[in-house]
Unconditional design. Structure first.
Ligand code: FE2
Ligand code: FE2
Length: 246
């Protein structure tokens, strides 16, 4: 008997759970909003999805950072974050750089891609050194600008992703300029450097090798991420219950 068969194991058991995508996931894609269609299906045997979704791995009651890596993050981002942190580790980088590498694209894992450096920094800010969150935020704008002193060039991938005629937005230019003048510039620049070489699909890195570094550099709340009352707790809860109707 699997967990789904236990009445008490999953909320809303025995009914069809209706999942409405968040607006940000379908706006502009040509896919229609299914809001009206889903709501019209409400009946005694259907519910709008709330709480643990049996279609996803169950999270622990008090989840920690690596639980999100293992149970929520999409493969590409998970592999990429671990790979970039591992490169920084092998290069003998400061733990702040390793930590920033491990977290730099974290919002892409299971939350949101748009302005991912800014979202990722906000997600981790209450739990890491200010310099780490700063480096995570500014890696996004710095990715667009070369720094010959460390051998960083505009990524070939960006030509492919965005087209050769892509115009870098003003806020990205402004923030990259601000970062360049900042005392923590090199911390963020080193993130962009290790970022660049961390897209090898053949490389798999065991998350457990970062357990000690995380222990020293990430103030994991005793209540678990999502339940500590921090200003970003709701963002972690959104990843635990991404399909909640409200
Ligand atoms: Fe990034
Ligand atoms: Fe990245």
């Amino acid at each position: 008997m699997d967990a789904e068969d236990h009445d008490c194991a999953w909320p809303q058991a025995g009914r069809t759970r209706l999942v409405l995508q968040s607006p940000i996931s379908f706006l502009g894609t040509g896919l229609p909003s299914n809001e009206d269609a889903l709501l019209s299906r409400l009946a005694p045997d259907t519910v709008m999805m709330m709480g643990d979704n049996p279609a996803l791995p169950r999270m622990p009651d008090r989840p920690h950072l690596l639980d999100f890596f293992r149970l929520r993050f999409q493969d590409l981002t998970c592999r990429h974050l671990l790979q970039s942190a591992n490169l920084a580790l092998k290069a003998g980088m400061d733990e702040k750089v390793i930590m920033a590498c491990l977290l730099h694209d974290i919002s892409n894992g299971a939350l949101i891609r748009v302005d991912h450096g800014y979202w990722s920094a906000q997600l981790v800010a209450p739990y890491v050194d200010e310099e780490v969150a700063w480096a995570v935020k500014y890696h996004q704008p710095l990715r667009y600008f070369a720094d010959e002193s460390v051998g960083y060039q505009y990524p070939d991938g960006y030509h492919r992703f965005f087209g050769p005629d892509y115009v870098i937005p003003e806020y990205i230019r402004r923030d990259a300029e601000e970062a360049r003048r900042h005392r923590w510039y090199m911390t963020s620049r080193l993130v962009t450097l290790h970022d660049l070489y961390s897209f090898d699909p053949a490389v798999t890195v065991d998350p457990d090798i970062f357990t000690d570094i995380i222990g020293r550099n990430f103030r994991s709340p005793a209540e678990g991420l999502g339940f500590d009352g921090s200003p970003v707790a709701h963002m972690w809860r959104t990843m635990i219950w991404p399909n909640n109707f409200l």
